[in-house]
Write a protein that binds this ligand. Sequence first.
Ligand SMILES: [Zn+2]
Length: 376
Amino acid sequence: MFRIVILLGFLAPVAAFGQRQTENVILVTLDGVRVQEIFAGMDQAIAEHSATDEYSDIALARERYWRDSAVERREALMPFFWKTLAPQGVVLGNPERGSRVLVRNKIKWSSPGYVEIMTGAAQAEVVDNSERRYAHKTVAEFLVSELNLAKTQVAQFGSWDGFKLAASSTDDAFFMNGAYEAIPPALSTPEMDTLVALRADIQGLWEEGSNDVPTFRLAQHYLARHQPRFLWFGFGQTDDWSHADRYDRLLECLHLTDRFLSELWSTLQSDDFYKGKTTMVITTDHGRGRGAADWQEHDESIPGSGDIWIAVIGPDTPATGEAGPLPTVYQGDVAATIVQLFGLDPGEFNPDAGPPIAAVWGEAEMSDARKKSYKQ
Ligand SMILES: [Zn+2]
């Protein structure tokens, strides 16, 4: 009896936060998706600009996605994100609600953004999209070592090799799959081999990226077969269509990506391995220009390129919906958030990383008690 009392006394501060339920995290990134489309749907100024382009079918896009209010427009564009995910989770980054999520790296290109997400901090030597790895340990590598996971239990898929390079400081820390890479025979299935072959034959919009559709299907097969505890999936085509100045195609692409997010979440909720113990984190690598003349591009000279957003849904995240007003959150805070969702110590991951995002636990800011409970 005496021992039980002591034990309960020891556990009490932890119990105050409830039992941590997340055992798996799925990180999904949508390349270069602006806060304007996420929070307000189809943009009137860009639509008018695109209507002058003979290739763009803006009339059809208007029919599908234009509505009178921002709330109706964003729900038409991304129905899963706004009708299911947001009400059950938390969405950060709407400046109209006093919530800002910013990129800390100065470049505001993809590789600097993904390295910031994965390492928890802007890394000064990542100044472009060069095809190389950087020495900084990533959150994915940290999970493999801290949770003593097999290399198949952490996985990265994405339609651009830059995702793979940003995922890890070394080539073989865990399972990674490049834009057009085959799956090793020991891990593959006939369906996965078919998807790899199909992906090789489908032309990407730009030569360095593959199509998101077979890549997403590959990741779904991998998820079902190998049950990774941490998976990063990177969608790339949202950035491709934006650079191509095809607003009509971007909107279709976002709508399709939203359906894939819905499928992914449904799959997780119908699989006993994932159901009720998996958190999904969704974000982007950078923003883009704010107007019709510069929305296509993003870099340090274009205002808006550093404005991003983050959405989280999972068993440890209260149903908050759109959060705000809140202190500014940074891109680099995603890594420590993932670390803490697994009950690990962000300080041990990277003392220079941004802190866990308090709103993910329904808190305005990180309490001292929670800081001490990292190791719950
Ligand atoms: Zn880009």
